[in-house]
Design a protein around this ligand. Sequence first.
Ligand code: SF4
Length: 425
Amino acid sequence: MNAVLPLPTLGCESAPVLRERGQREVFCGLTGIIWLHRKVQDAFFLVVGSRTCAHLLQSAAGVMVFAEPRFGTAIIEERDLAGMADCNEELDRVVDRLLARRPDIKLLFLVGSCPSEVIKLDLSRAASRLSVKHAGATKILNYSGSGIETTFTEGEDACLAALVADLPADTSETLSLMIVGALPDVVEDQFLRLFAQLGITSVHSLPARRANQMPPVGPNTRFLLAQPFLGETARALEDRGAQRLDALFPFGAEGTTNWLHAAASAFGIDEMHFRNTVAPGRERAKRAIDHVRAKLEGKRITFLPDSQLEVPLARFLCAELGMIPVEVGTPYLHRRHLAQELALLPSNTLISEGQDVDKQLDRVRAARPDITVCGLGLANPLESEGLTTKWAIELVFSPIHGFDQAGDLAELFARPLRRRDVLKV
Ligand code: SF4
């Protein structure tokens, strides 16, 4: 184990950020389809891309368990790339065939990819054209998941931002709350129960589970981001008059309490009622975290830039489990949304934005943290050098938000250390 450093002073909110641009090792935004298609149950994601895109989706999704899949790829062939075919006509034919065979699809996303970007296929015009044709039966929207434009979790951001443009206007006089970010249903239900117990009655989720249940938005909408990677979605909501409630992200006992409290304050909930309502969940979370604390306390951790969850997770591990963040790398640093999180990180944490993978790996090798959180492609090489790693993608696919998942979230970081100990014996 590496030496435990004395606890440094808190506050990275105005610390200098190391900005790097170079080779980066992250998935493209198509990956978001893997969790988004499970969330919106009558939506379909049609990637307009190459066989590579289709392979990425199939291998990321694993075995398809649905009788009827909820995503597919319209393959752009070589003759399309060479400009020898009218891609728009072919796309229209594919969409017509799909919707004729699958009348259950109520919301169709045309998802752009690198090849569709390269041949400058205008998917927003295609979506408008096809929306008119299929009006009344299927809504058709578009966004880009291309690796040229997006990384990993930005696909969800682009998808939700496309949805915001299409949300109905909320003209009511009373405040309503919107939870923004695709959460697993079980986690979303836990939050909805807590808001109901608090006495906040008008609560919506974006995305909703069905196309016809997408929430209205307007000047009386207050929204809580459930994920730190939704910068474009937040901007689109603000453009429609909604106000973001500033809070920590709901990871761990403290993060979840703070997140719920931001809503309680905005809706004028009595402080004592708030404390009584959250106390059982908060205590459960603290007990679950305490079980794992001995394994993680004093351990040093580096995050390589991947999912944009890095800053809030580092805050959780540092504040609630006593871990020491060495470097916290993130593809993009949204300072305004992360201000409270950054303020809780030790001031000697290196915050880096973007990636130059070779330089970053040199820093990891020099610092030799106890755990490095990174993408799949970097994990094996680092393990072969004796460094313990955690796959960043697992943190996106696992339920980790809220009180009842706090112990599982801590456990996700303890597991690689246990595995390392077992292998050492
Ligand atoms: S969108 Fe681009 S990066 Fe993503 S799988 Fe397709 S070709 Fe690869």
